[in-house]
Design a protein around this ligand. Structure first.
Ligand SMILES: Nc1ncnc2c1ncn2[C@@H]1O[C@H](COP(=O)(O)OP(=O)(O)OP(=O)(O)O)[C@@H](O)[C@H]1O
Ligand SMILES: C[C@@](O)(CCO)CC(=O)[O-]
Ligand SMILES: [Mg+2]
Length: 330
């Protein structure tokens, strides 16, 4: 039985633009998805996803007290789509269809912009392969996990799966089916506060919504995408120089452009502006948006309190430098 863990991430600059070939600058965080895999003697795939919550239960209780519970089958299948596809690609990699018991636990809010889908994909593939006694090159692992996200979402960049695989701070730029992945060394410590509100949209839906705008108003949307790419490049230079002031200004501009794309929400904007008003150098939504997480460039308690006063929660996290690792193998 093998247990692996893969980190979540925050995107400092570049979300959504990276889907169109621009770069993203992302940082892995010390919040993890854990996957435990145990091979089965039959070909079944048994998934115990302990942190998934499905809204709505319908139950019929007959006259003699029998209980018949029904769930939204489609919602269950959709919720397990990343795990299922990850197992399929892992089976293809080892060229065997060995049954597996999977238990999945998450330290992060699911679907909140912290890359849980990518961490699940990376950890599930890695756990399956290691449980069967094989190994895999990390770049190949990141490529397979990226394929999971593309297959499930219809469109995805390599950002989140790169971070879950390698950890650290990375400048990621897709180039066709390959990805430029450049570790970035910060010129100073990067103080980040993560604020969170529940999200109802999925990354799949948010990416699709931007795609529709891109295809129907390309002359309007394209300059926004290219400008976010410029911000990411400048943000990388500022990070390497340790210029937190400039990083903050660039975060604010990036957030405004994401708001223009339609992926922010009132609650995200309230947390973002509350953080700035409380003294954060900059703040922006992180991940796909539609609710979920924002980041503030600050270590001030006043900023945490300001975020909480808007109704958001504060998530404490620091840099993860390891990426996916085997936690136990027995
Ligand atoms: N613990 C888990 N167990 C099983 N599946 C999970 C788990 N956590 C996330 N997932 C899968 O990932 C989906 C959420 O992925 P989604 O891309 O929408 O959000 P995210 O990855 O957390 O945020 P972002 O992509 O913006 O960084 C869930 O609906 C579920 O399908
Ligand atoms: C919104 C997006 O850019 C980041 C999601 O964390 C999607 C992707 O890069 O695949
Ligand atoms: Mg995701």
């Amino acid at each position: 039985m093998v247990t692996v863990r893969a980190p979540g991430k925050v995107i400092l600059y570049g979300e959504h633009a990276v889907v169109y070939g621009e770069p993203a600058l992302a940082m892995a965080i010390n919040k993890y998805v854990y996957v435990t895999a145990r091979a089965r003697s039959d070909g079944k795939i048994n998934i115990n996803a302990r942190d998934l919550r499905l809204a709505g239960i319908s139950v019929t209780i007959s006259e003699n007290g029998d209980i018949i519970a029904r769930t939204d089958y489609g919602a269950v299948i959709s919720a397990l789509s990343y795990v299922k596809r990850a197992v399929e690609l892992a089976m293809g990699y080892v060229d065997k269809k060995v049954g597996i018991d999977l238990e999945i636990r998450s330290e992060m809010p699911v679907g909140a912009g912290l890359g849980t889908s990518a961490a699940v994909a990376v950890a599930t593939i890695y756990a399956y392969i290691k449980e069967l006694g094989y190994d895999i090159d990390k770049r190949e692992l990141a490529r397979l996990a990226w394929q999971v996200e593309k297959d499930v979402q219809g469109s995805a960049s390599p950002t989140d799966t790169t971070m879950a695989t390698f950890g650290g701070i990375m400048f990621v730029k897709p180039e066709g089916n390959n990805a430029v992945m450049e570790p970035v060394r910060p010129g100073t410590n990067v103080p980040l506060i993560i604020g969170y509100v529940p999200r109802v949209s999925t990354t799949k839906d948010l990416v699709a919504m931007v795609r529709r705008k891109y295809e129907t108003m390309r002359d309007v949307i394209e300059p926004i995408i290219r400008s976010i790419g410029l911000i990411t490049r400048k943000g990388r230079e500022a990070l390497e120089r340790g210029d937190l002031e400039l990083m903050g200004v660039l975060m604010n501009i990036n957030h405004g452009l994401l708001d223009a794309l339609g992926v922010s929400t009132r609650q995200l904007n309230e947390m973002v502006y509350a953080a700035r008003n409380a003294g954060a150098l900059g703040s922006k939504l992180t991940g796909a948006g539609g609710g979920g997480c924002m980041i503030a460039l600050s270590d001030k308690v006043e900023v945490e309190k300001a975020i909480e006063l808007t109704g958001g929660s504060v998530l404490k996290a620091v840099l993860d430098i390891n990426g996916v690792v085997v936690v136990s193998n027995d």
